[in-house]
Structures are given as structure tokens and as C-alpha cells.
Design a protein around this ligand. Structure first.
Ligand code: GLU
Length: 463
């Protein structure tokens, strides 16, 4: 029978959902899609002290946002305790595990006396203790060595002498993580375990369990760590790497997914931009690198800019709404919507994050005098230029961008000013900002009355 292709993403809900988790989820999803398999979400909530419902909700909503959809689940480890217990007992009954009543202090004390490495010495292995409350159940690690065949890391061999008789069930009957993971992967008939590198050291324990019960191991792949600009492993606490934050800053999910796919993998030929279909077609686990991957927000922004620029106008406008709606000045009425739509193409080609849309367009909806911006003081020369520009455009019937630009250019010539210098005070008086969409487009959309009012106000107040 050929093995079904079944992959799982198995986060522990002990913190916010970060880019490392998203990359792991994505790689699993890509293989499932590519091979016509299933992608399963499993919530590894065995750590009752640290689990929180909000973290689980955050994972599920971030996956939905990234459009990494799962075919099955979420399954919860916390609901399967009996099953882990049952499997542990099976190991015990087969003579593959034994009960142990050593305390941590006793174990440490003996290790100290031994003078060797710390850890359990197999003290209870041959004592044939029968189960009693408070006794832990340990796996009897056989002699020899354990080989982990890892698609990314290659063949990694562990001497069994370095693996202590590890605990399967704690004294209170609770399953240890390695047992729960193993039982779930077997029960869910998982074909590939693709996860973060930090799990490689515990993988031989899982392999020992597979071997003990005569079940074929899944294919393992441990993904390289993500590092920050100092080449230090990304830390949830130190580095701001929550998927949710990136969403709130206005990253597009497709840009993030594309960028995340390249953290450890490349399609070759310097290709960087790939849509989902291309990623599914080209992704190759065997080409995933062992070396740490640099998570570069600047580069991800560059991807985002590319993706924003390639949206259709309708799509761009729709995706900006969320960011506009967060402002008290936005009512979303017909006039606002029309004004926004008129300026949108110019904004679309300029911004790298959707949140930047707000500063680009707020001048259309609120008087710059009311935007609490730092005050710009206009110089004598600026005021002179503004007054002369005002005279020219006041008389203008046709308030169209090229007409306005014509006046501006002729004023530049009259004053002998470079146009960039001349633009600055006009932009400031109209928008309150130093940068923004093309000035004469902005002015046309603002309309004659509002534009003139603002210029007059700037002249009167000096900023
Ligand atoms: N629950 C683990 C984590 O969040 C992943 C375990 C696994 O994929 O096997 O890091």
C-alpha cells in the first residue's frame, strides 16, 4: 500500500504566532498541495501552564489570513490524554518501558557521585516496579545507535548511550511531549514531519518509539533556524516577528507567503517572485538549506511593495479600507470614496506598506491645520513664492493638473528656482506633509476652493 501524503503543522499555543511558525506551516502546506495530500492542524497544547486560548485563536486567524488552509483539524492534544496513557501502557506491557520512583534529587545525587554527565542512570530498569501513583514510566532505550534520516540534515546518527531512559508518563500520569507527539503522528498517519530545527535533538527518541512498536517512521525534515540582522536566532521576545503585527502594518499575505517560502529555499535562477501555484509546483524539500536563514524585514517590505504595485486598482482600494476606517475623519461616504479612488493609483505605486496609505491621503479628508503634525515654518522666500503662486492659480478657471503644473513651471522660471525647492512650500501648505502623491494631482482632487484656502492660510500663519 502506498503511504498517503499527510502533513501536519503542530504549534504549541504558548505565545503569539511568529514568522518561524508561519514558514513551517507553509512548507508543510506546500508539500501537501504539491503531492495531492492533506494538511492537518494540530494544537500541541500539552503545557497547561503556558497555553492560552488567545494564542490558539491567533494561530488559526493568522493561518486563515495567510490562506494556508488546513484540510483537517484542529486536533487538540489536551483532549487525547487517555490515548497517550493507553499507548504508554502498551509499551509497558510489551516490556519496552518500566516504572521508576526515583526523585529528581536522587537522580542528581547519583549523577554527581558518578561524576559523569547528568541524567538518569537506569536505576529502576531491572527493579520490575509495579505501577503506583506517583511513579513515572520510562522508556527502556536499547543499546546501539539510532539513525535519523532527515531530508534537510542528511543522516544523523545518535549513540543510544547518550540517550537516557526517557520519561513517557510523569508521576501524575500526564504524557510527556515526545510520547504525545509520537502517538498523534502515528494515529494521524502522518507521512512527513517538517518542523523547526530545535526539535532535531528529540527526534531519536521518537524514532526509538517507532522502532519499538514496529511502525514505519515518517519522513523527517528539520528546517534551518531564522536569524536576525545580527545573525542571532530570532527570539519572540526580542525581535518583533508576530504575523499579526505584519498584518497590521499592511503587509499583504501573498507577499509574506512568497518571502517566507524563500527563507531556506530558492527556486534557482535568481527567481524571487512566485505566486502560490508556482511555489506549489517548484518547492523542493530536498533543496532546503541547512544554514540559518536571515529574516530581513527590509527585504520583505521590498516584496510587499512589488505586490502592492501589482494589485488591480479595485483590490488595492479595498485592501486600504481597513486602514482608512481606523481614522475618525473617514466616513467612507461617496465623496470620500471617489476622492480616495482618484488618488489611489498614485499612492499604490509609492507605498511599501498598506498602513502608509493614511499619511499619503489624509490631506484630502482633513485640513492640514488640524492634523497634529510638527509645524513647518515657511521662510520669507517660501511665503513670497506661495503668494505669487496663489495669484496665478486664483485666476485660473480650469483647475486641472497640467494647467496647474504650467503655472508652477512658469513661476519657477520667473523666480529662477529649481522646481524641487518650489514644490516644498506648496506641498506643505496643501497637505501638511513633505512627501506625498504627485502635487498637481493632489491639488486637482482637492479642488480650487480648498486649495486656495489652504494656501491663504499658510501665508497668513507662516506654516
Ligand atoms: N509543538 C512544537 C512547536 O510548537 C512542534 C512539534 C512538532 O512539529 O513536532 O514547536
Amino acid at each position: 500500500m502506498t503511504q498517503e501524503i499527510r502533513l501536519r503543522f503542530a504549534p504549541s499555543p504558548t505565545g503569539y504566532f511568529h514568522v518561524g511558525g508561519a514558514r513551517t506551516a507553509l512548507y508543510n502546506w506546500l508539500i501537501a498541495k504539491q503531492q495531492g495530500g492533506s494538511f492537518i492542524l494540530r494544537i500541541d497544547d500539552t503545557d497547561e501552564q503556558r497555553n492560552r486560548q488567545e494564542w490558539t485563536d491567533g494561530i488559526i486567524s493568522a493561518l486563515a489570513w495567510l490562506e494556508i488552509d488546513f484540510d483537517e483539524g484542529p486536533y487538540f492534544q489536551s483532549r487525547r490524554k487517555d490515548r497517550y496513557f493507553q499507548k504508554a501502557r502498551e509499551l509497558y506491557e510489551k516490556g519496552l518501558a518500566y516504572y521508576c520512583n526515583c526523585t529528581r534529587d536522587e537522580i542528581d545525587e547519583r549523577a554527581k557521585l558518578r561524576g559523569g554527565p547528568p541524567g538518569y542512570d537506569g536505576f529502576c530498569r531491572d527493579r520490575a516496579l509495579t505501577p503506583e501513583p506517583g511513579f513515572a514510566l520510562r522508556f527502556k532505550v536499547p543499546p546501539g545507535e539510532t539513525v535519523v534520516n532527515d531530508v534537510v540534515r542528511g543522516t544523523v546518527t545518535f549513540a543510544n548511550s547518550t540517550i537516557e531512559d526517557f520519561v513517557l508518563l510523569k508521576g501524575n500520569g500526564a504524557a510527556l511531549y515526545v510520547l504525545a507527539n509520537f502517538v498523534d503522528d502515528v494515529d494521524l498517519n502522518i507521512s512527513h514531519v517538517i518542523r523547526a530545527e530545535e526539535h532535531l535533538p528529540t527526534t531519536p527518541k521518537a524514532v526509538l518509539l517507532y522502532e519499538a512498536l514496529g511502525v514505519d517512521s515518517p519522513i523527517f525534515a528539520h528546517l534551518p533556524v531564522l536569524v536576525n540582522e545580527k545573525r542571532v536566532k530570532l527570539s519572540k521576545r526580542r525581535d518583533r516577528v508576530a504575523v499579526e503585527d505584519f498584518r497590521d502594518q499592511g503587509f499583504l499575505p501573498e507577499a509574506m507567503v512568497n518571502y517566507l517560502a524563500l527563507l531556506g529555499w530558492s527556486p534557482g535562477d535568481d527567481v524571487e517572485f512566485l505566486d502560490r501555484e508556482e511555489m506549489i509546483e517548484l518547492f523542493d524539500l530536498t533543496k532546503v538549506s541547512k544554514s540559518p536563514a536571515f529574516f530581513d524585514v527590509v527585504k520583505m517590505k521590498h516584496f510587499n511593495k512589488h505586490y502592492i504595485a501589482s494589485l488591480t486598482l479595485d483590490d488595492f482600494v479595498n485592501r486600504c479600507l481597513r486602514f482608512l476606517e481606523a481614522n475618525s475623519w473617514w466616513s467612507g461616504d461617496g465623496i470620500q470614496t471617489a476622492n480616495f479612488r482618484a488618488i489611489a493609483p498614485y499612492v499604490q505605486e509609492r507605498i511599501a506598506l498598506l498602513s502608509e496609505v493614511v499619511e499619503m491621503v489624509d490631506f484630502l479628508f482633513v485640513d492640514p491645520a488640524q492634523l497634529s503634525l510638527e509645524a513647518y515654518i515657511l521662510s520669507e522666500a517660501d511665503l513670497e513664492a506661495l503668494s505669487r503662486f496663489l495669484v496665478k492659480v486664483e485666476a485660473e478657471e480650469d483647475f486641472a493638473r497640467d494647467v496647474l503644473e504650467g503655472h508652477f513651471r512658469s513661476l519657477g522660471e520667473e523666480l529662477g528656482l529649481v522646481l524641487r525647492k518650489l514644490q516644498a512650500p506648496i506641498r506643505l501648505s496643501l497637505t501638511g506633509r513633505k512627501v506625498g502623491p504627485p502635487l498637481f494631482v493632489a491639488m486637482e482632487i482637492l479642488g480650487k476652493e480648498r486649495s486656495l484656502d489652504r494656501i491663504r492660510n499658510a501665508i497668513a500663519t507662516g506654516h
